[in-house]
Design a binder for this molecule. Structure first.
Ligand SMILES: [Zn+2]
Length: 70
């Protein structure tokens, strides 16, 4: 488990990053969140699936960038 410093979510429709409306502070909680099949929204209201391929995470162990955000 590592401390999360920021979580950004990528909207494919807007083609922009925004700060994810998530209040998660460690990688373990993030992993369980993305496994739950929830959705989140970009600032313009587009629905984004909460699977980790849509997220970019910066954490104390480095973080990652999802495959669908390139
Ligand atoms: Zn959007």
């Amino acid at each position: 488990m590592a401390k999360i410093n920021s979580i950004d979510v990528y909207c494919k429709i807007c083609k922009t990053w925004s700060q994810a409306p998530l209040f998660i502070r460690d990688t373990e909680t993030f992993a369980s969140m993305v496994a739950s099949g929830n959705t989140t929204n970009c600032p313009k209201g587009h629905i984004i699936n909460s699977n980790k391929e849509n997220f970019r995470v910066r954490s104390d162990d480095g973080g990652f960038r999802g495959n669908d955000t390139f």
